[in-house]
Design a protein around this ligand. Structure first.
Ligand SMILES: Nc1ncnc2c1ncn2[C@@H]1O[C@H](COP(=O)(O)OP(=O)(O)O)[C@@H](O)[C@H]1O
Ligand SMILES: [Mg+2]
Length: 187
């Protein structure tokens, strides 16, 4: 059962309804609820959801290609794209016609598998953002990576994001808050 995150979901829906390119950055500690929130947001929407793995660029490209084609061209053969440039371009091009959410979860693993990925993504954003309705989401649990290498001034992606969500502990899951809501009986 999904609980809470009302404020985040309302904000995401507002951005979604704008029907223009969006680039959201999600970050926060592991097991804090980032993936669950993204899954709740993308429910009933057309969305490519890819979780990067701690592996080679080749393997990540194969998995990414499979996710993109399964969602956007289910009847096409699942041949991997030749490069990340081609894979990202395919998403941006398809999103010229319709709103598509494109999630890269565990983004630091992808960026570490190929040092050029953030630059490739930056080039795709700059080329397509004015005529694509892609809703790009990069998500990561490594706070330092996301703050420095995605949001930070030295990142190729600096200044491209249209919104960011630092995901914190849910109040309803915080035992201290529960204690306050349910005080113990005094005798
Ligand atoms: N909003 C929520 N409602 C209910 N359960 C949640 C919620 N957010 C997280 N959880 C639970 O906490 C666990 C960890 O969440 P997850 O989204 O996988 O974290 P993260 O992606 O940040 O590592 C999940 O198993 C999920 O069931
Ligand atoms: Mg996760």
């Amino acid at each position: 059962m999904f609980v809470g995150r009302k404020r985040e979901l309302e904000a995401l829906d507002r951005y979604y309804k704008q029907d223009a390119f969006q680039f959201a950055v999600f970050y926060g500690r592991r097991r804090i609820g980032k993936t669950t929130l993204i899954n709740q947001f993308r429910k009933d929407k057309k969305a490519v959801y890819f979780v990067a793995i701690e592996s080679t660029a080749k393997e990540n490209l194969e998995l990414l290609s499979n996710q993109i084609l399964s969602t956007l061209a289910p009847d096409a053969p699942k041949n991997p794209f030749g490069s990340f440039t081609e894979a990202f371009d395919y998403c941006f091009q398809t999103a010229k016609r319709e709103r598509i959410i494109f999630v890269i979860d565990e983004y630091p693993y992808l960026a570490e598998s190929d040092k050029a990925v953030s630059s490739i993504l930056q080039a795709a954003i700059d080329k397509n953002k004015d005529n694509s309705k892609l809703f790009l989401i990069l998500c990561g649990s490594s706070m330092s990576f996301m703050e420095n290498q995605v949001l930070g001034y030295k990142s190729p992606l600096y200044g491209r994001r249209t919104c960011q969500f630092k995901i914190c502990l849910l109040h309803t899951m915080n035992p201290l808050k529960c204690f306050r809501v349910l005080p113990t009986k005094r005798k």
